[in-house]
Design a protein around this ligand. Structure first.
Ligand SMILES: *Cc1c(COP(=O)(O)O)cnc(C)c1O
Length: 439
């Protein structure tokens, strides 16, 4: 396959963007899609198959984005398409229970032993929001600890920026979040157990839960330091607080059982999303049986959803998760090998070109940080040269490689990515680093 060295024609995408701007703020229905962080007009997508996206002007791109994570088996994976088609003929939704919900739940429990009971919702945001309500009710405490750079959806209490010290309560990370709500969230540096120790000391008996991405994706990819997750587990157990593992991104991605399996830790509550819906809107929160039974209709914590457990979404989830379960022995080693080849190949091109780069990768989830320094938390990630990343992103896009449009988003690949895509990506990167150097 050949790669153009000059900007691709995107006149139809540009026209679609102008039209979209009449209806949607920034022309988008989710903000990062507007490509503000990297500049340039975002291509509109017409279709995708396997590892490849096709835009409205007929340009093709190798997709390292996978709809922000779900498409681990590649786009339009035939078993997923067939499952959705089959179920759609029987009506898209009933507002009543179907057997498919327990079919998917059984698979979720098999992959995540920390989940004994669960509830399906329609997004990761709903999952984390509900998990926190449940944690507060179960502990009778109000304060939540999160970590700088971790994203847990856009519920008010979770949109809290970096706090400057362990004794400092967070400030709102978004206009419209009342201080009264933000003040109940403590934002601490990731990978720093002593900061968590100090927070428990300063707020005795007040912290309901710690929520974290056990592998961070939303500050770019950051792995937990050895012993960090086990340390959090021990601290929360000692202090009577709950540990919420937000595996919306890492679940089924870094291992079949997510980061909890990969690092051998337990959690009180787990949230899932993205892959578990196979590209359709699904979120999950689940955990220990006694904890989950605090939910309505058994207990006093209200939580509901008109389309929760939607049949189409369950069908896509079952088709995806069952394939991953049945082929785990091939899928995960393959994802590891392809990801290693792509990421290290690109990093080698950076070294050849003299562009400082730090590669963080956990399985098929990674970030090339444009910094010579190690990245173990958000503060270090934020030192990256985002202008250089922008030049890299634009050049890669022009050569047909679709990367997430921010330095602070993880990239992904799928089982549909192979040697041809790997070679083409490394060749494109070699050109892109020249553009980075040229400034
Ligand atoms: C994507 C994501 C969410 C939010 O999920 P939505 O479905 O976008 O609401 C929450 N937590 C993590 C770790 C995520 O990556």
């Amino acid at each position: 396959m050949s790669f153009q060295k000059t900007a691709r024609v995107r006149t139809r995408s540009q026209a679609l963007q102008q039209r979209a701007e009449r209806f949607f703020p920034g022309g988008v229905n989710s903000p990062v899609r507007a490509f503000r962080a990297v500049g340039g007009a975002p291509p509109f997508i017409e279709s995708a198959e396997g590892a490849w996206l096709t835009d409205a002007d007929g340009n093709r791109y190798i997709d390292y984005f996978g709809s922000w994570g779900p498409m681990i088996l590649g786009h339009a994976f035939p078993p997923v398409v067939e499952a959705i088609e089959r179920v759609a003929r029987r009506s898209a939704s009933f507002g009543a229970s179907t057997g498919a919900e327990a079919d998917l739940a059984e698979r979720v429990v098999a992959c995540f032993p920390a989940i004994e009971k669960m509830r399906f919702v329609s997004s990761g945001t709903e999952a984390t929001m509900s998990a926190i309500r449940l944690a507060r009710a179960a502990t009778g405490r109000n304060v939540i600890v999160k970590f700088e750079g971790c994203y847990h959806g856009h519920a008010d209490g979770l949109l809290v920026k970096a706090g400057s010290g362990v004794a400092t309560f967070g400030i709102p990370g978004s206009a419209g979040v009342p201080d009264e709500v933000a003040h109940l969230t403590l934002a601490l540096p990731y990978n720093d157990l002593s900061a968590v120790e100090a927070a428990f000391a300063v707020h005795p008996g007040a912290i309901a839960a710690i929520i974290l991405e056990p592998v961070v994706g939303n500050a770019g990819c950051i792995a937990p330091a050895p012993g960090y997750l086990a340390g959090l587990r021990a601290l929360t157990a000692r202090e009577g607080a709950l540990l919420i593992a937000d595996e919306v991104m890492s679940g089924f991605r870094v291992a079949l059982g997510g980061a909890l399996e990969l690092y051998g830790v337990d959690a009180d509550l787990v949230t899932l999303g993205k892959i578990v819906g196979g590209g359709l809107p699904v979120g999950v929160f689940g955990g220990k049986r006694a904890l989950m039974d605090v939910l309505a209709p058994l207990g006093p914590v209200y939580q509901a959803g008109t389309l929760s457990g939607n049949p189409l979404a369950m069908a896509a989830g079952i088709a995806t998760v069952s394939y991953l379960q049945e082929h785990a022995d091939e899928v995960y080693p393959q994802l590891e090998a392809t990801s290693k080849a792509v990421t290290e190949g690109v990093a080698a091109e950076a070294a050849k070109a003299g562009v400082p780069l730090t590669l963080n990768r956990v399985g098929a989830m990674w970030t090339w940080f444009f910094t010579p320094h190690p990245v173990t938390n958000y503060e270090e990630a934020a030192k990256s040269d985002t202008a250089a990343f922008g030049r890299f992103h634009r050049s890669m896009l022009d050569q047909g490689v679709w990367l997430p449009p921010s330095q602070f988003e993880a990239a992904f690949l799928s089982t549909a990515h192979g040697q041809a895509e790997t070679a083409a990506t490394i060749a494109a990167a070699s050109e892109a680093f020249k553009a980075v150097k040229a400034g």
